[in-house]
Design a protein around this ligand. Structure first.
Ligand SMILES: [Zn+2]
Ligand SMILES: [Zn+2]
Length: 213
């Protein structure tokens, strides 16, 4: 089945390995997506563990489960304004084996471009260093923001949660810190004949509207 986070991948190739702890998200966006999928599948332990240490204080699995009660999370839209950054370079090779290979290769491609751009006028030494695999860590930000809209049903009504979230890296792993809600949060009416919010290209009434309860 398609992943709960509405990516083009299946659940077991997208968010499930993160929720099960087999892999760690390599970007803030991946973490955000996996947290959405954890809400959709009621994995509150994962929600708790992926908060920053500061925010974990005073939270419990029971609190999280309680606050999510009654909501059926059914679709996620990630707003494309900000590219997610990767912790790959911060943690070196220690987690690269657990990372999504497509993301991994993007990071290395970027690193190469950066190295070429920063290069001194070409000399034999520079050529040598460019052609070699880059082992020197490249400084990447420890913080990232992701804007998204998550959709849920509650008491047969449809709601949206539109948030810009702050993420940071702790011990080499992306963590959710907090977020700012936008003014358009709340109950919404969505046309049954409109294309579904999940991006399936089906009409809403033939797609996610059937999950309303
Ligand atoms: Zn996913
Ligand atoms: Zn849908």
């Amino acid at each position: 089945m398609r992943c709960y986070c509405c990516s083009s991948k299946s659940f077991d190739e997208c968010c499930e390995p993160f929720i099960k702890g087999d892999k760690h998200p390599s970007s803030a966006e991946q973490l955000m997506r996996s947290r959405f999928s954890a809400y959709a599948t009621a994995h509150y332990q994962y929600i708790l563990e992926t908060y920053t240490k500061e925010k974990q204080q005073g939270l419990s699995v029971e609190d999280l489960a309680q606050s999510a009660q009654g909501a059926t999370w059914f679709a996620l839209k990630v707003h494309p304004t900000l590219a997610a950054s990767s912790v790959d370079s911060l943690v070196g090779n220690s987690v690269s084996s657990t990372e999504d290979s497509s993301i991994d290769s993007t990071v290395h491609a970027d690193a190469k471009v950066e190295a070429v751009t920063n290069a001194e006028p070409i000399s034999k030494t520079n050529l040598k260093s460019i052609s070699k695999p880059i082992t020197k860590p490249i400084t990447k930000p420890n913080n990232a923001i992701v804007e998204f809209t998550a959709y849920y049903f509650e008491n047969k009504s449809m709601y949206q949660l539109h948030e810009t979230s702050n993420f940071s890296v702790e011990d080499g792993k992306w963590r959710y810190h907090d977020g700012v809600l936008h003014d358009d949060c709340g109950k919404i009416k969505y046309g049954r004949n409109l294309p579904c919010v999940c991006g399936s290209n089906k009409k809403f009434k033939q797609c996610c509207a059937t999950k309303s309860r």
